[in-house]
Design a binder for this molecule. Structure first.
Ligand SMILES: C[S@@+](CC[C@H](N)C(=O)[O-])C[C@H]1O[C@@H](n2cnc3c(N)ncnc32)[C@H](O)[C@@H]1O
Length: 250
């Protein structure tokens, strides 16, 4: 996990800015109640949360990073809470909804399950838990870059432990009375991959974080193949991401 206290200064500008936040918020919006109180877990700088807040819908940003929350507090004054998403400072069945935008893919499945369970605890009857899911699948647009990335991932015996797998989350939530409700999608505007950009990503070593078990040889081979692709700086199609929602039984 990145040090988000340090990352805060550049987070919004390097993650697609307000355009990305509005696209994500539009997808969340279609799944959420229009009134009540929503907690945005791992809400960071509040750039998505602020797009969801209305005079009738109160949004509270919950995050572990003081640096990220300082920016959230500017967007939603008095509504930025420092807390771990697995131990929320809300009572049982007290919220209309809880959301996670780009949190669960960052953390191991056991921790993601704990976040989902905690979200279920605070949902009022009929309340919604919505989160971005299956980020890796969203990035696979069937491009020549993806052929190389998929070949690289196939070198690993076990699939990565992804916190944002919606099927596993459904299994965690069902015994808690929270069941699949609906899904929505949004386009990762400006996030189409380029061969040059992905080579730099591979060479940064960060891909090992996403896909444990990779060998340096396999990554080097993928970087070499990436450099041979045409149009090194032409972005391939933009990713399409999914938001999945579950609803607490009335
Ligand atoms: C990739 S950022 C997403 C921020 C925001 N949701 C967005 O879409 O712009 C992930 C955020 O999750 C926060 N985070 C990570 N683990 C957390 C935890 N266990 N509890 C609360 N926040 C956490 C980080 O501090 C960071 O701000």
């Amino acid at each position: 996990m990145l040090d988000y206290d340090t990352e805060a200064a550049v987070y919004d500008a390097t993650r697609g800015g307000i355009e990305r936040a509005r696209a994500a918020a539009t997808a969340f919006h279609t799944l959420l109640p229009t009134t009540g109180t929503i907690a945005d877990l791992g809400g960071g700088t509040g750039i998505v949360s602020a797009e969801l807040a209305t005079p009738h819908r109160h949004v509270c940003v919950v995050d572990a990073s003081a640096g990220m929350l300082a920016l959230a507090d500017r967007r939603l004054p008095g509504n930025a809470l420092r807390a771990d998403a697995t131990a929320l400072p809300f009572g049982d069945r007290s919220l209309t909804a809880a959301i996670c935008s780009w949190l669960l893919h960052l953390i191991p499945s056991a921790l993601a399950d704990a976040v989902a369970s905690e979200a279920a605890r605070v949902l009022a009857p009929g309340g919604i838990f919505a989160t971005t899911t299956d980020k890796n699948a969203g990035h696979d647009v069937g491009s020549d870059i993806d052929v190389i990335v998929n070949r690289l991932h196939a070198t690993v015996a076990l699939p990565p432990d992804t916190g944002d797998d919606p099927q596993r989350l459904t299994e965690v939530l069902a015994p808690l009375g929270v069941h699949p409700h609906a899904t929505a999608t949004f386009t990762g505007t400006g996030q189409g991959r380029t061969p040059a950009g992905f080579t730099a990503h591979l060479e940064s070593g960060r891909h090992f974080q996403w896909t444990p078990g990779l060998t340096q040889d396999a990554v080097d081979e993928a970087a070499t193949a990436m450099r041979l692709l045409p149009d090194q700086h032409r972005a391939r199609p933009e990713p399409v991401f999914t938001v999945t929602a579950w609803r607490r039984d009335p």
